[in-house]
Design a protein around this ligand. Structure first.
Ligand SMILES: Nc1ncnc2c1ncn2[C@@H]1O[C@H](COP(=O)(O)OP(=O)(O)O)[C@@H](O)[C@H]1O
Ligand SMILES: [Mg+2]
Length: 386
């Protein structure tokens, strides 16, 4: 059974499911709706126009009753909407159809339409009811989102390009610098060997400085090469046995007493973890107090699913105001004569942990010197023992 209610405007409204709706009540519902609701007869003439429609289109019911709905259709959507009308006239309901309507003042308004056929008591289609929701905000939102997306995409491409260029530059520069340096060093050493008798003390000293300078440049180039290796944005992912890597890093140090605790494994690549631990341990050993070699402790824990690794020492420590700056490229707090180095080590550490979405920072250590802390991802569940 189809139940038909008659609206105050004389239209027959079909109510589903099959309950009887008081026509007066129905009219109130329509009038109260925030959406625009209007109906038209088979000739497309407007037969009802609620308050929501008055607000959306800026025209009163008085103005609109009897007018053709064609006035609402912009040229570009007229054809499309004729299709919707045809479907509704054949008895189908078309829901949430996004399109544009024309305001009588000529402005376009984005609307989401639901068009339903209106049936009389015989079940014959006698007109259409349209409910139109103003979707200006949603359309603006979507347009803004698309804008943001386009900008981000451009920046992403530019960033990728500049990363690649930088990586290539650092690699080529380091390789191409190494070759002439080798030639220079080789010939100065020859000079020293073959012409030692002809050189006075000052001449020998000059040669020593050239050789020393070349050796330092070699170290600088090697460190730059190492840094450029980690400029790649994607780290390899594997379960890294941090204990084994720490042992290897300690073995590469000539001096110092290093204690390694039980370190949790991390989800990263082994070369990267080695670079981090080797740089931190070698610093801890190097920056000892003049009177005694360093005592170094490497430890770790898992905090909230993230691995924290700590390298503590009882060395000279770092004043709070320098604790951020030292992670910058070439940033050093001492002259070369006091402590050798290039100032690239901590830049490598930061580069490595940041590309794994980790962090690196320094605090005061309970051993009396510095405590370097890095965070790295823990292996995903089920991979820890791999
Ligand atoms: N464990 C440490 N104790 C004291 N100072 C440190 C320590 N580690 C690093 N630093 C300071 O940070 C600077 C930068 O370190 P790094 O980038 O490894 O360069 P480098 O070791 O070549 O000097 C060092 O020159 C030093 O001044
Ligand atoms: Mg260092």
């Amino acid at each position: 059974m189809k139940v038909v209610a008659t609206s105050t405007l004389g239209q027959h409204l079909v109510a589903t499911p099959e309950i009887l709706i008081d026509p007066g009540l129905m009219a109130q519902i329509v009038a109260a709706s925030a959406d625009a609701i209007f109906s038209e007869d088979l000739d497309g003439r407007i037969t009802s126009w609620n308050a929501g429609a008055e607000r959306l289109y800026g025209r009163s019911a008085e103005d609109m009753l009897g007018c053709s709905t064609i006035a609402l259709l912009p040229d570009e959507t007229a054809l499309q909407l004729q299709g919707v009308h045809a479907a509704a006239l054949s008895g189908q309901r078309v829901e949430r159809f996004d399109t544009w309507h024309l305001r009588p003042d000529g402005g376009h308004v984005p609307v989401s339409l639901t068009v339903s056929p209106l049936l009389n008591s015989d079940g014959r289609v006698v007109g259409l009811a349209t409910s139109a929701k103003d979707v200006t905000e949603r359309v603006q939102h979507t347009a803004e989102l698309a804008d943001v997306h386009r900008t981000l995409e451009k920046q992403y491409v530019a960033l990728g390009r500049s990363n690649r260029d930088l990586e290539q530059f650092a690699y080529v520069a380091s390789h191409d610098l190494a070759e002439p340096l080798r030639v220079m060093t080789g010939f100065v050493q020859l000079l020293e060997k073959r012409y030692a008798d002809a050189l006075d003390e000052r001449g020998s000293r000059y040669i020593f400085h050239v050789v020393d300078g070349a050796a330092r440049m070699r170290v600088l180039i090697d460190d730059l090469l190492e840094y450029s290796r980690f400029l790649r944005s994607e780290p390899g992912l594997e379960v890294v046995d941090t204990n084994a890597v720490a042992l290897r890093a300690v073995a590469s140090e000539a001096a110092g007493e290093v204690e390694i605790g039980d370190l949790p494994p991390v989800w990263c690549d082994e070369a990267a973890v080695f670079a981090v631990l080797q740089n931190l341990i070698s610093n801890a050993v190097k920056f000892h107090r003049p009177e005694a070699p360093s005592r170094v402790k490497v430890s770790g824990e898992v905090v909230g699913g993230i691995v924290h690794l700590y390298v503590d020492d009882d060395g000279i420590g770092i004043e709070p105001e320098y604790r951020e700056r030292i992670f910058g490229m070439f940033s050093r707090l001492h002259v070369r004569e006091a402590y050798a180095g290039t100032g690239i080590g901590l830049a490598i550490v930061q580069q490595v942990v940041e590309r794994s979405e980790g962090r690196a920072w320094v605090e005061e250590s309970e051993l009396g010197g510095s405590r370097f802390c890095v965070t790295l991802p823990a292996p995903p569940a089920g991979r820890a023992a791999a």
